[in-house]
Design a protein. Structure first.
Length: 565
């Protein structure tokens, strides 16, 4: 999976800012006029840490508040510069890592107080477009209003803050430079796949984030991925025995004694989780100790980061179903003819390329080399999904109509308890998450839900949904998985110019231009990221990404574009 760093070239900042029209600021003055002092647009957001400065002698209360908020963008030395704006007592209790607000609202403190004033109160209002919590989980906000209250006193003749909220404030352009993305990895319940859980941590420099990454991994997945959606190999209650030690790209992580008592396979799985989760730190080797004693490195954990998808596109030209090549559609061995015989309008191809969920004139069928029984004969069905456990997911527009069914015909009702009308469904290739597009009375929604299963792998329900911050004013035409950590969406408008956007789960959005009259999209060739996304137009033309945000025709003409698991 590609990890993009926010910057002018990526378009990430523009996409996030587009979520909300920021409208000034709010202050509660205690007297006098109001003057606005913006936090300068400095060099943050270009892949470097922002340079911040401490208080100068004789600063006014308004300058102290603005300087403190700005200094929150300098995490070096444990936010040492920001702490210089605080009284000595508050310096030891202020918790900058409690949360991070993402806001582009200018800081507008009130006018200066009388030189004889002994204390001052300030309230700074912000329109917030995102929030990073203490565990690094990022959540987009829809123009949420937050008010930060400060109290200042004079300390040795200089104004200092003696009461301030925990946490810091960053701008959207700081995501990717000051706050950096890190994927933590957990397992699907069968330990076949590693599932990413994106977190954001301020770049403390040196080995500062090493301990935060390992600590967050031991604490477990984000709420929406909580067990039984994904699982961790680490025994419950596992703690760091001390700060991880990094030496020339080799990292040693000391853990509590329960790690030594685990079996060899479980220890191998723990080591795989650690190794994958620390990859962003340019790590060459990872080893574990338990209470200072080495844990032998063993083999046996072979979970994949993401199932491999071989072909870039699969589909039908109205006569043949199979892989889309430069000279046309090449019939898929084993099941291609059976799929085509069902007059398909939507197809999801299984990872083994010998099964497919097909929507045709008779409903949804599960096609295998031996048979193609109808598993859902209801009317008005959406394009079906297929998971690695062999379950076909099928639904009508009613979210409560969602079922999962295997070839034996046994149906498992897994209704979605959400308002609106279903537009699309798709299951992640590791089988842990459902992507659902919705049309509601208040606009479009895109949610991702962790799939809960019983001991036999049958779906039983869902965890807490993750809301993807799509433009609610634009109807969703289709949505699909790009890779294990990102999804792509086509959003339409009456003019026929349809936007294509990529969303990192727990991260940012990347716009990828527009096409005219899109019907569907799909992604393939795992490891190629968004370059492997294909879009089918109403005309039958199949488009692929080109330079910048442009799209170009592949030369293929299709009646349907299939999805690959």
């Amino acid at each position: 999976m590609r990890r993009r760093i926010a910057g002018p070239a990526t378009g990430l900042v523009a996409a996030l800012v587009a979520l909300v029209a920021l409208a000034g600021c709010v202050t509660i003055p205690t007297g006098g006029g109001v003057s606005t002092q913006r936090i300068e647009q400095d060099q943050g957001g270009d892949g470097t840490i922002r340079a911040v400065s401490g208080p100068d002698k004789g600063m006014t209360p308004s300058e102290i508040v603005a300087g403190f908020v700005r200094a929150g963008g300098g995490p070096q030395g444990g936010y040492q510069v920001a702490k210089e704006y605080l009284t000595s007592s508050l310096q030891s209790t202020w918790k900058p890592g409690a949360w991070t607000l993402i806001s582009d609202t200018p800081v507008a403190p009130e006018a200066d107080l009388s030189p004889t004033a002994a204390a001052a109160d300030f309230s700074v209002g912000l329109e917030v477009v995102g929030l990073i919590d203490a565990t690094g989980v990022y959540t987009a906000q829809s123009a949420a209003q937050r008010e930060l209250s400060f109290h200042l006193v004079k300390q040795k003749g200089q104004w200092r803050i003696d009461r301030a909220p925990d946490g810091t404030v960053l701008r959207t352009r700081d995501l990717g430079s000051i706050a950096r993305p890190y994927d933590l990895y957990f397992f699907d319940p069968g330990y076949d796949y590693l599932v990413p859980d994106l977190r954001w941590f301020a770049d403390l420099g040196g080995d500062g984030n090493l301990q935060r990454i390992v600590g967050a991994l031991l604490a477990g997945p984000a709420k929406w991925l909580a067990s039984p959606v994904v699982v961790s190999a680490f025994p419950s209650g596992t703690q760091l025995g001390g700060p991880p030690i990094a030496d020339s790209g080799e990292i040693t992580v000391d853990l509590s004694s329960g790690v030594a008592d685990a079996g060899a396979l479980q220890q191998a799985r723990m080591l795989q989780q650690l190794t994958w989760s620390l990859r962003a730190l340019d790590v060459h080797a990872v080893s574990m100790t338990a209470n200072g004693l080495a844990v032998p490195a063993t083999e046996g954990s072979s979970a994949n980061g993401s199932p491999s998808v071989t072909y870039e596109a699969i589909g039908s030209d109205g006569k043949v179903f199979g892989a889309v090549g430069a000279t046309g559609v090449n019939a898929l061995p084993s099941i291609g003819a059976d799929v085509q015989s069902l007059a398909p309008t939507a197809v999801t191809l299984g990872h083994d390329r010998t099964t497919a969920a097909v929507l045709g004139t008779g409903g949804v069928s599960l096609v295998t080399p031996d048979a193609h029984p109808v598993v859902d004969a209801r009317s008005g069905l959406l394009a079906p999904a297929l998971d690695p456990e062999g379950y076909v997911w099928s639904a009508q527009a009613d979210p409560g109509s969602l079922i999962a069914v295997r070839g034996d015909g046994r149906q498992h009702a897994v209704p979605l308890t959400v308002d609106g009308r279903l537009v699309s469904i798709a299951v992640s290739r590791d089988g842990t998450r459902l992507l659902a597009g919705l049309a509601t009375d208040t606009g479009s929604r895109l949610i991702v839900l962790g799939i809960q299963r019983d001991k036999d792998g049958a779906p039983t329900g869902f965890g807490t949904p993750l809301e993807v911050a799509v433009d609610s004013s634009r109807p969703i035409i289709d949505a699909a998985w790009v890779d294990a950590g990102s999804v792509a969406v086509i959003s339409g408008e009456p003019s026929g110019l349809d936007e294509i956007t990529e969303y990192e789960l727990g991260g940012l959005a990347t716009p990828h231009g527009v096409v005219r009259a899109a019907r569907s999209l799909a992604a393939g060739a795992t490891g190629s990221g968004f370059d492997a996304v294909r879009v089918l137009l109403a005309s039958g033309q199949l488009d692929q990404p080109s330079l910048g945000d442009d799209w170009q025709a592949t030369g293929a003409k299709l009646t349907l574009l299939g999805t690959q698991q």
